[in-house]
Design a protein around this ligand. Structure first.
Ligand SMILES: CC(C)(COP(=O)(O)OP(=O)(O)OC[C@H]1O[C@@H](n2cnc3c(N)ncnc32)[C@H](O)[C@@H]1OP(=O)(O)O)[C@@H](O)C(=O)NCCC(=O)NCCS
Length: 178
């Protein structure tokens, strides 16, 4: 079981079945949110329930719901999935589902807490991610967090109606954890 994490403006709580809500479902069906994600819309409440059950059952997945501390509002999710203990790696992903809260620095703040947790507490060596090249908001965020490009998978998949490149990025633990 993972623990809750805190920053100035945010609380991150472990994601579980209690998050099977109409708000979360609406994010999954908002084209603005899913256009560069693997989920691809047309999501049903039963799909969400099954997914959350799989999250609860998976020990190699760390998944937090992001809340604004002051109001308690759930605004997005962040995960490390999977955690690869053998190689000391983790694959990061983020979805700020509530688009009213975009551009306020919440994704950066939540990511910094999780990256710090992975490096200090879990002593992971490296965190990796994949991002569709056209997703400029996410790319900028990742560069600001300190991720650098490791490679490009050309014409890797269809997103937002077109064939896109997928960029692979990574950040290394500055504390020598090996
Ligand atoms: C991409 C996403 C996570 C950004 O969340 P956010 O809370 O708006 O991001 P922040 O406000 O923390 O922004 C952090 C940095 O990212 C950059 N950024 C964020 N949104 C941007 C946009 N629309 N255009 C350009 N840069 C942007 C900025 O440089 C910003 O840094 P700054 O404030 O120091 O200038 C969010 O839009 C999202 O979840 N989108 C849908 C799902 C998705 O695409 N997830 C990523 C899959 S790889």
């Amino acid at each position: 079981m993972i623990s809750s994490l805190n920053s100035d403006r945010l609380v991150l709580n472990p994601l579980d079945l209690t998050y099977c809500t109409s708000e979360y479902l609406a994010w999954m069906n908002n084209p603005e949110v899913y256009r560069y994600l693997e989920t691809g819309g047309d999501y049903k409440i039963e799909d969400l329930r099954k997914y959350l059950e799989s999250v609860e059952a998976n020990p190699f997945m760390l998944f937090w719901a992001i809340h604004i501390k002051e109001t308690g509002k759930h605004i997005g999710n962040i995960k490390i999935d999977p955690v690869n203990k053998r190689h000391s790696l983790g694959e990061y992903g983020i979805m700020m589902g509530d688009s009213d809260e975009w551009g306020k620095g919440y994704a950066k703040e939540a990511s910094n807490i999780v990256i710090d947790y992975c490096f200090r507490e879990l002593r992971l060596r490296k965190i990796t991610l994949g991002v569709v090249e056209d997703n400029s908001a996410a790319l900028k965020l990742y560069r600001k967090l300190g991720f650098t490009i490791e490679g490009v998978y050309r014409d890797h998949g269809y997103y937002n109606g077109k064939l896109c490149n997928l960029i692979r990025m990574a950040i290394f633990n500055p504390i020598d954890a090996r």
